[in-house]
Structure formats: structure tokens, C-alpha cells
Design a protein around this ligand. Structure first.
Ligand code: AMP
Ligand code: ZN
Length: 465
């Protein structure tokens, strides 16, 4: 079944075709470690994990690279406030980032390169751009020349500024420059690649074009191309990165190499609160610790993220998180019950056609640009189905969980004692023979041992009291 993703470069759903057979190079913009991640950031990391798992489910080997931005305007500003070195300042936030990923059952990337360890690679790209006349110096800083890049390029695949974010809607300010990493989204200006130090205590590195430090955008170009090659398959982030960050990454990379940078840009929508993007500057953030302090399981956030399509906004409320937590608890209880059903007592003979239909639907939905809400609905169809044996149901759920990542295969199950199993078997014989008096006595006996029997349409089920 064809795998399709919505590609922001073409603004269309496209069939996915990797550059190398069954291998995918996947770069995701990682955290700027000047604070703890908020659950909006985490929604994006969950979406990227689902994307990776979808590729893996389809048999691809994914080379997943996530950068750590450990030098940039905000980090410098905040570290200076505390009087700490940048390395000491970012350490706790970096540690917390990895802890959050673990709690959310996000698969580990192949590498987490740090910007400060890739300055050499950034310098090389800037040198190439200077050599090609696509960058220039002003006041000791180096800027990318947007008009030259667009004039030189122009082909659909390489060298056209604005092809990702749609420049038409923005004003191209010829000759205007911008020094800051994040800037006015209404206009496109020459952006800074390398910043001359304005104060003596700022971190600087030497380069052939003068001492300074990198701009934010060049960091991702350098780290992605180093580990994935000059052209790679997938680049992801949230939609706020489309402009200027990803647009500038394309310009720098394609300007320097003359090759297409990325085949598919796949970007997730935001988590919002009261309709507004969750962001530190608006002061409407929660992080995972806030959720845990209210006794929520971090995986409830993951479940909540699955209930919205990644390209739709998800408005966060505590009520929706509670519903997600309830659904997850129900699912876990169910798994325990399914696991506890004695295999020999299975009364249902699975109809392979039905099993295959579920599998086909699952693949069809994940492969259609990751329709996760529809896949969650399918999961509950499986759960409620009366046409599947407990074992088959369990196996299907665990198979789906390869993409959900809810850790459903790791739920601790209290084994049903042999004595209870024997009593249940005996009781079932009496019940089948319509000797309800005897079967009730045995039911009571089972209850006194701490277990319950539920006579469902698919046979008796044993549950912990
Ligand atoms: P940052 O640490 O600010 O560089 O952001 C890390 C990731 O989170 C980036 O991919 C951002 O685009 C993404 N992000 C930031 N705010 C939100 C939000 N409210 N909802 C979803 N993703 C976000
Ligand atoms: Zn980036």
C-alpha cells in the first residue's frame, strides 16, 4: 500500500519514495536548550516519532538525526543573566529533554549532534557561499544574499528563495538585513550567517572571514548535511519553522551545494491553549513536570496527541488530558484481561479474513499521511470486536502499538493462578451443562481467591477483582 505524506514543498500529498532503497535520512529540528521543553514542543517530538515509526512499520531503516541548539541568541541572553558559562547553563535543560523523550516512549535518534561541536562544518558552508557570491560581509558579520540566490537559481528544485513558505505573500526587502535569529515573519531579508562579536564576553570562534559565532539557521544546514548527505529524504519540525528557519536552511544549503537539499518537508501543527499557540513568550506553557504533579501519566499526553491529526491544531485542556488518561487506563485494563485469558479456553476460531481486514485498514490509514485519529478509532473497533479471540486481539493491538508507541506490550500482568484456572474450567463445564447452582458455587470460590469471571459472548473472561 503506497505510503503518502503531505509535502510542504509542493503543498500536496505525495507518494513517498526514498532516495536509497528502504533507507530514509530524516532530520528533525531539536530543542534550543535555554529552558525546559513545554508540551507544545513535546507534541512536535511525538509527531516526529509517529512519522519515524510509520516509516519503520513500512520496513524502512530510518537514520534519524535531531540537533541540539546550544548556541543562539536566546541561550546567550539567558546564560548571561545567570552568569554561567553556556555549557553549564544548558546542561540541566539538555538532561531534561532526554528524560522527557524517555517518559514519552520516543524512540532514540541515531545521533543528537550539538551546534557547538559543528562550527567547522558551518564555516565551510559559509566559505562556499562567499566564494559563489551568495554571501557578503558587513560590519564584520556575514549575510546571505537572497536576491543573488534567487537570480542565480530559479529552477524548481534548486535555488529559489521562498519556495517552501511562499515568498509571494511576503515582501522581499532588497538589501535589507536582519541580525537576529528569529525575526519579522512578514518580510524576507538577508539573514545573518555569522555574527561578529559586539561585546568582548560573547562566545566566538575564529574563521577565515573573521571571528564570530554562527546564526541559528546555518547550524541545521551543517548538522543535517554532515550526517545525512547534501540531499536527504525528510526534514521535519513544527509549522512555525517553515519561515524563516527552514526557508533559510534550504537557501544556504542549496546555495552552497547546487543540489536539492531535502525531498519532503513534513511539518506539524501547534499545540494551543485557548486558541493561541503555546509559547514561552505568551506565558501559556506547561511542561511534563506540571502534568506529573497533577498525577497524569506522561503517556496520556502521547495518547492525546494521537487523537488529533498532526496537521491540525490541538487545543490543550486539562479535561481533554483527563479523557486521554481514562482511555489509556481502560486500554491497559483491557490488555491485562486479554493477556490473562487462558489460551486453551479460547472459544473463537479467528476468521483470518477479519484479521486481515483490520491489518489492511491500519496500514491504509497510517500510510495516508498518518491519519492517527482514524487509527485510534480502529484500535477501539478491534478492542470491541466480538469476532476476534483474546490472543488475536492482543496480537493486533501490540502490532498497532509499534506505531502508537503507548508501551502496551510492557504492561505488567498478574498471572492467573493455576488453581483459579482449574476452577474456571470446571465452572465452565457446569455452565455449559446448564447446572447453574454448581457453577455459581465455583464462581464464589473463584471470587474468594480474588478473581472475577465475566461471561462475555466470546466466552468466560477472568479478571483480577
Ligand atoms: P524550540 O526548542 O523552541 O526550538 O522548539 C522545538 C520544537 O518545538 C520545534 O520544532 C518547534 O517548531 C516546536 N514548537 C514550538 N512551539 C510549539 C507549539 N506550541 N506546538 C507544537 N510545536 C511547537
Ligand atoms: Zn533547525
Amino acid at each position: 500500500m503506497a505510503l503518502k505524506f503531505y509535502n510542504f514543498l509542493t503543498r500536496k500529498k505525495e507518494n513517498f519514495k526514498s532516495l536509497r532503497p528502504k533507507q530514509v535520512g530524516f532530520y528533525a529540528c531539536g530543542p534550543t536548550v535555554y529552558d525546559y521543553a513545554h508540551i507544545g514542543n513535546l507534541r512536535t517530538y511525538i509527531f516526529e516519532d509517529i512519522l519515524k515509526r510509520t516509516l519503520e512499520y513500512n520496513g524502512y531503516k530510518v537514520n534519524h538525526i535531531v540537533n541540539i541548539t546550544d548556541v543562539e541568541d536566546k541561550i546567550i541572553r539567558e546564560s548571561q543573566k545567570t552568569g554561567k558559562s553556556i555549557a553549564d547553563f544548558v546542561k540541566p535543560y539538555e538532561k531534561a529533554f532526554f528524560e522527557d523523550l524517555k517518559k514519552l516512549n520516543i524512540e532514540k535518534a541515531q545521533k543528537y549532534p550539538k551546534a557547538t561541536r559543528h562550527i567547522k562544518e558551518m564555516i565551510k558552508i559559509i566559505e562556499a557561499l562567499l566564494k559563489k557570491g551568495l554571501a557578503y560581509e558587513s560590519d564584520g558579520s556575514i549575510y546571505f544574499d537572497i536576491s543573488k540566490f534567487s537570480a542565480k537559481g530559479g529552477s524548481a528544485s534548486v535555488g529559489k528563495y521562498g519556495k517552501l513558505s511562499g515568498l509571494k505573500s511576503r515582501e522581499l526587502k532588497a538589501g535589507a538585513r536582519v541580525d537576529v535569529d528569529e525575526y519579522d515573519k512578514a518580510s524576507a531579508e538577508d539573514f545573518v550567517l555569522w555574527k561578529a562579536p559586539k561585546e568582548s564576553n560573547l562566545p566566538t570562534w575564529s574563521a577565515s572571514f573573521g571571528a564570530g559565532r554562527p546564526g541559528w539557521h546555518i547550524e541545521c544546514s551543517a548538522m543535517s548535511m554532515k550526517y545525512l548527505g547534501e540531499t536527504f529524504d525528510i526534514h521535519a519540525g513544527a509549522v512555525d519553522l517553515l519561515f524563516p528557519h527552514h526557508e533559510n536552511e534550504i537557501a544556504q544549503s542549496e546555495g552552497a551545494t547546487g543540489k536539492p537539499f531535502v525531498k519532503y518537508f513534513i511539518e506539524g501543527e501547534h499545540l494551543s491553549v485557548n486558541g493561541e499557540k503555546m509559547s514561552k513568550s505568551l506565558g501559556n506553557i506547561f511542561n511534563l513536570h506540571d502534568l506529573e504533579a497533577k498525577k497524569f501519566d506522561p503517556l496520556a499526553l502521547r495518547y492525546l496527541a494521537l487523537t488529533a491529526h498532526y496537521r491540525s491544531k490541538l487545543n490543550f485542556t486539562w479535561e481533554s488530558l483527563q479523557s486521554a488518561q481514562n482511555a489509556l487506563s481502560n486500554l491497559r485494563d483491557l490488555i491485562v484481561n486479554l493477556k490473562n485469558q487462558p489460551r486453551s479456553d479460547v472459544l473463537i476460531h479467528d476468521n483470518q479474513k477479519i484479521v486481515n481486514r483490520f491489518k489492511k485498514k491500519f496500514l491504509g490509514r497510517i500510510n495516508n499521511d498518518m491519519e492517527m485519529p482514524a487509527v485510534v478509532a480502529l484500535l477501539w473497533e478491534v478492542v470491541k470486536s466480538e469476532k476476534l479471540s483474546p490472543k488475536t486481539k492482543y496480537d493486533l493491538i501490540i502490532d498497532f502499538d509499534k506505531v502508537f508507541g503507548l508501551n502496551l506490550g510492557k504492561i505488567e500482568v498478574k498471572k492467573i493462578p493455576v488453581k483459579v484456572l482449574q476452577l474456571a474450567k470446571e465452572r465452565e463445564k457446569y455452565r455449559q451443562a446448564k447446572n447453574f447452582a454448581k457453577s455459581d458455587i465455583l464462581r464464589k470460590k473463584i471470587e474468594s481467591l480474588g478473581w472475577l469471571i465475566d461471561d462475555s459472548s466470546s466466552g468466560p473472561k477472568i479478571k483480577k477483582k
